[in-house]
Ligand binder design. Structure first.
Ligand code: SF4
Length: 160
């Protein structure tokens, strides 16, 4: 399995979550929180293009005015969302689509966060991708309980 935008974003939340998701344990399909997020994504920006795909590694919510847009339900996991958008910008950059900006739309908070791909991001992202591949191929990382665990789709697998 390739490192996808979702796996890349998960890396900044929990390495064990990356490992589960890489095994296509799609418990998130049954998670009310994730379903709610998808509902926002599908209904808030109906006029925009949806689901722009880069091979089988990235599914960008939509593009508008030279910006990649990612829709999130809140800013609670903003670092992960920023990393995910940088991952999309990186994959566009290496395919020759340069000069794009990124935006994280949080409609319920009426907020937009700008994201820029820097030269240091371009150097760092391939190293992080390699690290994620090592996690995917290795033994399951240990449970590290954090404040995100209670809302995680893999909670039962880790805590029960
Ligand atoms: S429940 Fe916590 S430790 Fe387990 S995968 Fe989710 S975030 Fe990681």
């Amino acid at each position: 399995m390739k490192v996808t935008g979702y796996l890349y974003g998960y890396y900044f939340l929990c390495k064990r979550k990356v490992w589960f998701a890489a095994r296509q344990l799609n418990m998130e399909n049954g998670s009310e929180l994730v379903a709610f997020g998808k509902l926002i994504d599908e209904n808030t920006y109906k006029r925009e293009e949806h689901g722009i795909v880069i091979e089988d590694i990235a599914n960008i919510d939509y593009l508008k005015k030279h910006a990649v847009h990612e829709v999130k339900k809140s800013d609670k996991q903003l670092d992960s969302a920023i990393a995910q958008v940088k991952f999309y910008l990186y994959h566009l950059h290496v395919r020759g689509v340069c000069g794009m900006d990124g935006k994280i739309d949080i409609p319920l908070q009426k907020k937009t966060v700008d994201v820029t791909l820097t030269e240091s991001d371009i150097a760092e992202i391939p190293e992080i991708i390699k690290e994620i591949e090592r996690i995917m191929d290795g033994a399951p990382p240990p449970v590290v309980e954090t404040k995100i665990c209670k809302a995680c789709a893999y909670y039962d697998l880790c805590m029960i």
